[in-house]
Design a protein around this ligand. Sequence first.
Ligand SMILES: Cc1ncc(COP(=O)(O)O)c(C=O)c1O
Length: 390
Amino acid sequence: MEFSERILRVQPSQTLVITAKASEMRRKGIDIISFGAGEPDFDTPDFVKEAAIKALKEGKTRYTPAAGIPELREGVAKRLKEKNNIEYSPSEVVITPGAKMGLYEVFTILLNPGDEVIVPAPYWVSYTEQIKMCDGTPVIVQTEEKDGFVITADKIKEAITPKTKALVLNTPSNPTGAVIPKEELEKIAKLCVENNILIVSDECYEEFCYDGEHTSIASLSPEVREITFTVNAFSKSYSMTGWRLGWVAAPEKYIKKILIVQSQTISNPTSFAQYGALAALEDKGKFPAMMKEEFRKRRDYVVEQFLSIPGITCSVPRGAFYVFPNISAYIKGDIKNDIDFTTYLLEEAKVAVVPGSAFGKEGYIRLSYATSMDNIKEGMDRIKKALQKL
Ligand SMILES: Cc1ncc(COP(=O)(O)O)c(C=O)c1O
């Protein structure tokens, strides 16, 4: 066999496939409105760029420690204390090349063949594939539109088996924008502590909570902190997706193992980029707060528009920058599933959206509203016109 069984088990990222298809059509001169992007449409702030440029000019272009520069580990630990109310020492923080790699490293150090990881659906596309790449088995637990796609401790409990090793939580969620309320997080934390289940808490969208504050599950008790990996990144909050910088915070015994992976694979996160991230920390959330207010207006507009389309229902996302409307009423005739529906939108309306099935939920689509209000208005008009023809 030419390839490893591991790689043959895994699918390419569907969200990147759609974005690539839309870019390809655009290159051919077709006027596409894309709602596919999983990144803010704002530029990285100048103060971050300038800090990285200064670092480059000062010759900070060599290998750094595998865990990242000490100032950044300290800065992240301080932020976790001030913003998230969790006590981590800098030795319990590792700087990673984006949250994605951080998550992959967590699964790498934890999973043995047959180990199960509970993943609430709709889920971000990479969890299941990363778990499979690390020889684990994703166990999908569905959430429902009527519950705002919020996962509950009761549903998780039903999925626990003797092989359950970990649970993935993503609040606010990509793709639904669901935010798990604090009371439910408390129940989930208790369940995991009682059943010895590790928690992988992906908090990449924490800055974008539209109703109330984000709660980090590790902040709920010392016991839950001991079993939690708090994963986050500069990517979404500081519009630094291309910089590839994130972090994992966890008890030191786990961080030590992650460091083995980093030292034998990436060596270190990019040196000068880390100085840009230091500047982002100093901003203390002002930049993401500005983006959030803009995203809120767009969210309200998109939801209102979808709700005005006959047959479509749309749960109001409480965080992140995605909407996840239910389009199942349009699955009829030649449109056999949500993938056909997105193909129809791309060909008929020249609008790119991602099918819900890519996130483990059929009959829905995901739109990112991290694109200008002009694009959103034009895109929604086109969707409405195309659906009138069906
Ligand atoms: C839920 C979630 N986690 C992690 C990531 C990856 O973040 P990063 O770009 O920092 O690797 C994304 C990016 O789309 C995401 O949506």
